[in-house]
Design a protein around this ligand. Sequence first.
Ligand SMILES: [Fe+2]
Ligand SMILES: [Fe+2]
Length: 133
Amino acid sequence: MKDLIWDNTLSVQIQEIDEDHRRLVDLYNILIHAVVEENAANYIEAVMDELISCTVWHFKHEERLMLKYDYDGFAEHKAEHQELIESARELQQKLLHEGKPVSSEDIQFLEHWLIGHILGTDMDLGAYLGEVM
Ligand SMILES: [Fe+2]
Ligand SMILES: [Fe+2]
């Protein structure tokens, strides 16, 4: 399983947002290692909890910036955040409480979950903030 590597293609050109995203990429890699190495379930659960908590915190950070700088796409962006958190909680529930093994589809899902939003919705926000901050 390959680690996600942070590089400039993931940068939204806003330093405080990039710093959060780097942390999320680090946690994603820690989680994937834990899954591949079949670490104890309570450890994997702790990593997932940390990833989800950091993501919730990060989304609030972005939403605060959107409000501060009057971003037009606020409602849509926030709705996407809510869907992402719900889908991560569903995956956590499935893996940890229903005892299902982690599949490569689950890993692909998580990678897309993390990277898809950064490359799309967050890039648009970064471009806007770059002009107004
Ligand atoms: Fe976002
Ligand atoms: Fe983000």
